[in-house]
Design a protein. Sequence first.
Length: 257
Amino acid sequence: MPDLYSVLGVNRAAKTDEIKSAYRRLARQYHPDVNSDPSAATRFAQITEAYHTLSDPNRRQAYDRTGRTQESAARQHNANAARAARRAYYQARADQVVNEWLERERLETQARGKAVYTTVTLFISTFFVAMYPQQFEPKSLLWQIVLFTLFIVSIWHLFKSLKEHFDYYTYRPERVSVTRSRNPEKPFKRSVAWFFVITGYLISLSAGLLIGIMTYTPTGAEPPPPFDSYLPALLCPPIAVLIVDTLYKINLHFDNL
């Protein structure tokens, strides 16, 4: 900002009367009502500010000490406050974006981990139970009741888990479409996901049965295991999925504490 003494055309030792006289003279010259120059209004505002500052002893003393008027100091303070507020806003916005991205990544990791645990447990347990069905065959009526009860609960859990994974990762293509578009947020087609699950289950079951038959060594005149002894290969894998998914949920619960 210009020096206020120079604006009024007085020196720093000027008395109040000299300042007032200089103001009246310049005001008559630069008042917008009498001066049509476009810059006269700006010049008159400077003259007025210089007069109000230098004619007041306290404001003049503050100006001599700091080189700024109260108005300019207030404007500077407001400008600094506005800049600080903008920085705080953009910082908060950036933190929000980062936190939202981290939360999406956390949820995506959880969903991917749950899907992997479900499918891998289903395939591996099917393979091992089919390979050694006698090891999992219930020997008493009580264990048979327990096994069938757990199977009913676990098959419902498996259906809900697969539906949850399919809803999250798969899409159903439109029946009639001009362009062959796909949902960018869901990378897999629903039919492809079903094919993967069913094929993986059948491969695990067939591989387990084949290896079990090839490695079967009967003792004495013991006949090979009948077909109904392979029933655990159908009943136990959903139960294994239920157990593993439950343990996974418990682990997530403690991780989120």
